[in-house]
Design a protein. Sequence first.
Lengths: 171, 199
Amino acid sequence: MVKPRHAVLIAACAATLLLSTVSFCFSIDVHEAFHDVFSETEDAVGLAFRAVSEAETAGANVSSLLFRLNEAAGLLSRAEMLYDLGDHEAALAAANRSLTIANSVRDEALILRRLADEEKSRAFQFSLAFSILGSAAFLISLFFVWRWFRGFYIRRIMNLKPEVASNAEPR
Amino acid sequence: MLSLDDYGAIFAVIGLVGVLLLASPTLGFVLHFFGSEPFSELYILGPGHMAEGYPFNVKAGEEYGVYVGVGNHMGLSSYYLVCVKFRNQSDPLPNVTEGSPSPLPAIYEHRVFVEDDGSWETFLRFSFSGVSRFGNQCLVESLTVNDFTFTVNKWALWDSANKGFYYQLFIELWIYDLEYGGFRFHNRFVSLWLNMSVS
């Protein structure tokens, strides 16, 4: 028969063990959750940067997107430092906010890139048409100028009177 | 006087130059000329925003500050990671010859996107706490950077030649490599020697 004092001790030990286990499991959950979100956010910021770079290469103005990416990057750095300092909830919140911004920037960058590509394609077509038509018009004009100049030159040559020196000594 | 053939050659050259000029807008889409060599800047300035007045003699409980800046001349927007590290005289620095960073962990970091030909600058505030002396050794327990306090527990030996306990706060620049899909050390770092006073 277990004495009441022992029963209380056993119950207290069991409760402590249970609390420790729950706390440990919760701690693992928080760690895993943060690492998952942090890793996902890092990837998302990297992908957003890739999309912004491609949009920039296509000729889009990406200043506003970079401004927002800076916000996402700042939150990501903050999340990592808060996590290292033990403020897991704030770290998770910062990482989640960073993830939202990065995803939104990536979507906008993809749209901007498409628009920039279309604009570039239009500009290329316009330039090509201008170059072809302009060159053709220029060459045709030059041909007519050449024909006129050639006639002018020949007429001028024909109108020239040879200068003959009657007393010239034969060489 | 020039012959008709000479005039013909002049007209041909005018025709060629004209066609090239008219084709230049289209050629601009196709041909890409190499610009200048891409590079990034990393600099550190004193609290007066000049290359002077850097903190040197430091002690616990006082706050110090320096400006840290990054300039982007890479030809495109870049994503940088600025890592702040803290070392004593025996801890390794980055190896610029090999292009490898210091293996020490970053105590503070800042990720930043900088436009091409743009720059970014921040004021870095730092202070020390838990500074104590044990014989010819000095211990710095924690370092606070921009309100974030980190435990460093860094020992330094008395430097008899320079008469002080010397630490170094250094900043490494990393750049995001799109092909690699992550940050790589950009082979640039700046540092600040600190002589720790123990009262």
